[in-house]
Each structure stands twice: as C-alpha cells, then as structure tokens.
Design a protein around this ligand. Structure first.
Ligand code: SF4
Length: 176
C-alpha cells in the first residue's frame, strides 16, 4: 500500500455540511467528534475546507437553494472522495420529503456511498460509517463514478434528475 493511500485510509479528513437539517443529526455528528466518542483515535479530523477533505458528511435534505452549495462543496474536494448521507432526511428527504421546496435525499444531487438511516442517528453510527468510508476511498468503481460526476459538474453538462436548469427554473418561479 502506497504512503498516500495508507494515510487516507488511516486518517480520513471529513467536512460536514448541514443541508437543511433540524440540527438533531448535526448534534450527533458533533458528539461523535468529541472526546466521549473520540473519532480522533481512528485518525478522523474535522476540517472546515473541502479542499482538504476526503469525506463529505451531509445532514438534512436537499432543496432548490442548497443543491448548488452542496455541489459546489463536493466539486472542491480532491479525488478520491466519499459522500455519507447522515439521517433519514439526507437518505430520503425524511419527514420533509413531500414539502414543496424539497428535492429529496442528497442522492438527488450527488453520488452517495454510505447511508446512515435514523432520526436522529447515533454517534456510534457516524463512527461506523466513517470506517466504512475508508474502504470506498480505494474502491475503483466508486471513485470512477465520482470522477465522472465531478467532470459532468465541471463541464456544466449535468443532466440528472435535478439539473442546474431545474434549479434556475424554480428560482425564477419563486421570484415571480
Ligand atoms: S433525520 Fe431527524 S434528526 Fe436528522 S435532520 Fe432529519 S428530522 Fe432532524
């Protein structure tokens, strides 16, 4: 195992983004990072800059406003990378799923590698998912999917279920 690969697997750096959560799951994510659960013993470091992060941890559901911010953060992360959906809202939209402004879970906006169901989730589940995420960092199939998606975003050619055009259409409608 190369030094870089070993460093990533032994010390995944995470960036946390609150998409639209009620803060219940965010409190549990923060609890996992405190000395009580001690994520640092697995080498996990919480960073504020996506350019330094290997793992994107997202809470809350995606709406027409935050989808662009979420994709912007994702695009800034270097490859290889992993996306974790934390809580029912991030997995499927949760209790907000049918709301007028909600697109759904974050897999409506990004490729997701690890899902943590629950409302709210437990800190132990966050630790478990980060350990699982380290294996995704060296998974060639998952990383190919991320590279292709990131390339589509960079080229402005993403034509997924909720494309940039859809976001703009929604914004124009809401501004009328
Ligand atoms: S899953 Fe539950 S606790 Fe987590 S953000 Fe959604 S409503 Fe809040």
């Amino acid at each position: 195992m190369g030094l870089l690969k070993m460093a990533r697997q032994k010390s995944p750096w995470i960036v946390h983004f609150d998409c639209n959560s009620c803060n219940g799951c965010d409190m549990e994510v923060l609890a996992a990072l405190t000395p009580v659960y001690d994520a640092e013993r697995f080498g996990v470091v919480n960073v504020g800059n996506p350019k330094h992060a290997d793992v994107l941890v997202v809470t809350g559901s995606v709406n027409h406003r935050n989808v662009r911010v979420l994709r912007n953060i994702y695009s800034q992360m270097p490859s290889p990378k992993v996306v974790i959906a934390v809580g029912a809202c991030a997995c499927s939209g949760g209790i907000f799923a049918e709301a007028y402004n909600i697109l759904g879970g974050i897999d409506k906006a990004l490729p997701v590698d690890v899902y943590i169901p629950g409302c709210a989730i437990k800190p132990e589940a966050v630790l478990d998912s980060v350990v699982k995420a380290t294996s995704v960092l060296s998974d060639p199939v998952a990383q190919k999917r991320h590279r292709e998606f990131a390339q589509q975003l960079a080229n402005g050619k993403f034509t997924g279920e909720f494309s940039e055009q859809d976001d703009l259409s929604q914004e124009e409608t809401s501004n009328d």
